[in-house]
Design a protein. Structure first.
Length: 366
């Protein structure tokens, strides 16, 4: 049996009929950029997430860069975040001329809130936790610290659309939330895309200008901006997917529960506060000191896996060149143990049984 880590082909087939219909509708109207489909999408997201302001943008990275500009952060202003993430988390901060200040993670693979205050300086402007694989960070404690030191609370919600913490959606709990709509995400478009959400009207107005060259109208630019617009065709597909996102997210959650039930005696399964949070499980990450041999074993059985992330950001050449070498013990230790199992909406029960039985077999023999 061959099991792919993702299955874009099946997903496209699932949405194809509605997508073709939507493509024809938009094409015949000739409404491609900043049009009605995007307006409709932003309004639907606002209602779904129960947040006042939404902007469809080009991608998460541009969203973070624009947010730094809109928040009036200056050169070398500091943003506290984590290294256990995709490079964009720190890359966007650096590209905005700010400085990422990294703290270690705890057993949830998210920011260790007990280490935050030690990193706060006169230059600190914001705290940005990453809800890795859609598992909520300790938002309650982060909000307390942000309030105590008068810091901006930014949520890196790239993995987290539809996930909840204490009954509220991730990405809406800070001053600003930024989502990725990359095709690997549980809620996505057909290429690059992203969302910025906030309840701050002034911040929203600044960001709206920044995403479209600072233009107030077609011929009047009142500030320097960039081009980071989610186009109408992508927004159209997102409108289709949004109708099904609760059902799709529940499938991810059910798969995660199946993995946990069948693997908890063999590996470290994801850790989160079950009573107050519901992750999206954009990835299902296990931990084992036998990671490399398990990965090879599963590949030989036809099961694709991945590592999120094999080389933490602080160990990347780009980071070291800019900020020097630092040590984050748990982040480094966990990077040698983590393994992401296949999780998508088209995994069958037969495939799940095959995956879990093979992992059990591996540990019984090793």
């Amino acid at each position: 049996m061959k099991i792919d880590f993702t299955d874009f082909k099946s997903e496209f087939k699932f949405f194809e009929k509605d997508l073709v219909k939507k493509f024809k509708f938009i094409g015949r109207k000739g409404d491609f950029i900043l049009g009605q489909e995007l307006v409709k999408f932003e309004k639907k997201i606002s209602k779904f997430l129960n947040v006042k302001y939404v902007l469809g943008i080009g991608n998460w990275t541009e969203g973070m860069i624009m947010s730094c500009k809109a928040l009036n952060f200056n050169k070398d202003d500091e943003i506290i975040t984590v290294s256990n993430s995709f490079i964009a988390t720190c890359g966007a901060i650096a590209y905005a001329d700010c400085k990422p200040i990294l703290v270690d993670v705890d057993e949830t693979l998210n920011m260790d809130v007990n280490l935050i205050e030690k990193k706060i300086t006169k230059k600190t402007k914001a705290i940005m936790p990453v809800h890795l694989s859609g598992i909520p960070s300790n938002i309650t404690q982060i909000k307390k610290i942000a309030k105590k030191y008068n810091l901006i609370f930014i949520e890196d919600a790239a993995h987290a659309f539809g996930g909840t913490y204490k009954g509220k959606y991730l990405g809406t709990l800070g001053d600003i939330g930024i989502f990725s709509l990359h095709p690997r995400k549980n809620f996505h478009v057909l290429g690059d895309g992203g969302l910025i959400v906030t309840n701050n009207k002034k911040l929203y107005q600044k960001l709206k200008l920044l995403r479209n060259h600072g233009l107030r109208n077609r011929n009047l630019s009142i500030t320097w901006g960039t081009n980071s617009r989610l186009d109408n065709i992508q927004a159209g597909f997102a409108n289709i997917m949004l109708k099904k996102i609760v059902k799709l997210n529940n499938k991810f959650y059910d798969i995660a529960n199946y993995y946990t039930k069948n693997l908890k005696n063999y590996v470290q399964t994801p850790i989160f506060e079950k009573k107050i949070s519901k992750p999206t499980f954009h990835q299902y990450i296990i931990r084992t000191k036998k990671r490399d041999s398990l990965k090879k074993f599963l590949l030989n059985k036809g099961i694709q896996t991945a590592i999120h992330y094999p080389l933490p950001i602080h160990r990347q050449p780009a980071f070291i060149k800019s900020y020097g070498k630092i040590q984050l013990k748990k982040t480094e230790d966990y990077s040698k143990e983590i393994l992401s199992l296949p999780i998508h909406n088209f995994l069958t029960k037969k495939e799940l049984i095959y995956i879990t039985k093979n992992i059990q077999q591996f540990f019984k023999k090793n």
